[in-house]
Design a protein around this ligand. Structure first.
Ligand SMILES: [Zn+2]
Ligand SMILES: [Zn+2]
Length: 139
């Protein structure tokens, strides 16, 4: 039957299989799942966004071995690895560094915590709130 022969030729959400929408905010672009609101973005994009919020922040990821269903990288379909960033669990493509996956709401948590790390940046840029508003103006 046709249904059994559907190829995954389109990149899509590793959680629900939904299609991606491209979002552009200022000079950044990333992809979001229209159905579950997950976010797929490159590490470089995340680093750029983080620097706008807190120039001194270190966006380190701690990889973890978590026995949990692995999710496939939308770009290469290989199993992604789990990691923690600012106490938020996320998935990333470790094979080819294609990007980082955030479940719905997790990107916002990370961005908010970048600006509130201990020790906090000397001063949180006044653009912090407006940047968050730009990123999440759909809510
Ligand atoms: Zn989805
Ligand atoms: Zn990949």
């Amino acid at each position: 039957m046709l249904n059994a022969m559907v190829f995954r030729t389109m990149r899509g959400c590793p959680i629900c299989g939904g299609g991606f929408n491209i979002r552009r905010v200022r000079e950044y672009s990333y992809e979001t799942c229209a159905d579950c609101h997950g976010v797929w973005m490159s590490r470089g994009t995340l680093a750029g966004m983080g620097k706008e919020i807190a120039p001194e922040a270190q966006l380190s990821m701690r990889a973890e071995q978590i026995n949990e269903t692995t999710r496939a990288c939308p770009d290469c379909q290989r199993a992604m690895k789990k990691a923690w960033m600012f106490r938020v669990p996320l998935d990333f493509c470790s094979a080819e560094q294609h990007g980082i996956w955030f479940d719905g709401g997790e990107l916002r948590q990370v961005l908010e915590r970048i600006g509130q790390e201990d020790p906090p940046p000397a001063e949180i840029p006044t653009s912090f709130r407006s940047l968050l508003a730009d990123f999440f103006n759909q809510s």
